[in-house]
Design a protein around this ligand. Structure first.
Ligand code: NAD
Length: 260
């Protein structure tokens, strides 16, 4: 298939859909300058992620985790939604997109203009922290200020519990409410649009199959092929910004594109 054929098939599928659910991974944010984990230049080539049990068990691991976060947060703060995020926001504005299920923790879908209640975060959010004891939300700026001054990992002033970035680490349970909502959205969409995820980590990697079982069309757009491409009505090996952005920008210019 030529890239023109691919684009016109993607255009037809997106244009016809009324309840698109996008399922995004780290790949949608690489064009914003946030590295993914599994690509050749990804973060895993540089450091191993800290497992949740190690974080709980060792103060030194918690210190290391906050040290790393101080570095990675400067990249997150600079990052802006890119053409891929904006394309999804346009699909939402036109009434084609029902929700976004994301494995990302960068908050860029919300910053692109998609209402927060329509973004389901499976791996939490790195832009704030939470107490593992009482659940109290903690803002990052005062944590970093104290951490820089003392080098001590933060504790909750309310209950004395361990404070952690509000993200889900390896070895930590998936958030039950977000998972249930994600399954519900996946089962009720008419097009499941997978963007920038290698689809290797379960349970999230099971969503495309759930969408297909419930009768949705499946589109997978990823830089490299995935193991689930054979399930897809359209699988595209390409870059999200140019491919999705190009098609959605064309769609938005057409009369009658809005579904409202
Ligand atoms: P992943 O397994 O979902 O892999 C990312 C995929 O995106 C890779 O297959 C890569 O080829 C593809 N990709 C990269 N840039 C792309 C582009 N411009 N267009 C199309 N495809 C592209 O994710 P991961 O990198 O292994 O990360 C694992 C988990 O770590 C994530 O699920 C997330 O929780 C967390 N993480 C989050 C962020 C973020 O919030 N931006 C960044 C890194 C890791």
């Amino acid at each position: 298939m030529t890239s023109a054929d691919t684009s016109s098939r993607l255009h037809r599928l997106l244009g016809a859909a009324r309840r698109i659910v996008a399922f995004t991974g780290a790949g949608i944010s690489t064009e914003s300058g946030i590295p993914d984990f599994r690509s050749d230049d990804g973060l895993w080539r540089r450091m191993r992620p800290i497992d949740f049990q190690d974080f709980l068990a060792s103060e030194e691991m918690r210190r290391e985790s906050w040290r790393r976060k101080a570095v990675s947060d400067s990249t997150l703060e600079m990052a802006k939604p890119n053409r891929g995020h904006l394309a999804l926001c346009t699909l939402h504005r036109l009434g084609h997109l029902q929700s976004v299920i994301t494995q990302n923790v960068d908050g860029l879908h919300q910053r692109s203009g998609i209402p927060a209640e329509q973004v389901i975060e499976l791996h939490g959010n790195a832009t704030y922290a939470a107490c593992l004891g009482c659940g109290e939300r903690h803002e990052l700026a005062p944590i970093f200020e104290r951490f820089r001054a003392t080098g001590d990992p933060p504790l909750c002033e309310l209950c004395g519990g361990i404070v952690k970035s509000a993200t889900i680490s390896f070895g930590q349970a998936m958030p039950a409410v977000a998972m249930a909502r994600a399954e519900q959205e996946t089962s009720s969409c008419d097009l499941f649009l997978v963007l920038g995820t290698s689809l290797v980590v379960y349970p999230a990697a099971g969503f495309p199959r759930i969408a297909k079982i419930h009768g949705a069309k499946l589109v997978i757009l990823n830089r490299e092929p995935t193991d689930q491409d054979h399930l897809a009505d359209l699988a595209i090996a390409g870059e999200i910004g140019p491919v999705l952005g190009g098609v959605v920008e064309t769609l938005a210019r057409e009369p009658g594109a809005a579904r409202h």
